[in-house]
Write a protein that binds this ligand. Sequence first.
Ligand SMILES: [Zn+2]
Ligand SMILES: [Zn+2]
Length: 142
Amino acid sequence: MSDLSGRCRCGGLTWRAEGPILWSAFCHCDDCRRAASSDYVSWLGVRRAGVIWTGDRRLFRSSPRVVRSFCAVCGAPASFETDVFPDETHLYAPSLDDRSLYRPSAHIFWSERLPWVSVGDDLPKHPKGLQDAAANGRSLLR
Ligand SMILES: [Zn+2]
Ligand SMILES: [Zn+2]
């Protein structure tokens, strides 16, 4: 159970989390894309109780059941938390200090991908989100 750590672009906001990584996936949903202004987002899920933040972290409710956060100084997106998965915090893989710890295992919301996105991997591509993937065997996401 290695510890995980990461930071925002400016380094003012840092996180530490207890391993293991619960799941990992690329999310192509419109909400994630717009929150990050990115073609898609590389997520990792960790146990929420094991996450420790330092720095000026701002929270905002991006939809009724979702709270996202970002660095107040540089604006980098930092986390996603939903009461659908109340025991988890979802963190941005590019914020990891040690990039070797991340191995994406699936694409989710593949049906919402941007028209110019093409990927060369052979990972599973779930049309909808984590719950859909879970119904089809969440182990695919580990
Ligand atoms: Zn920052
Ligand atoms: Zn998403």
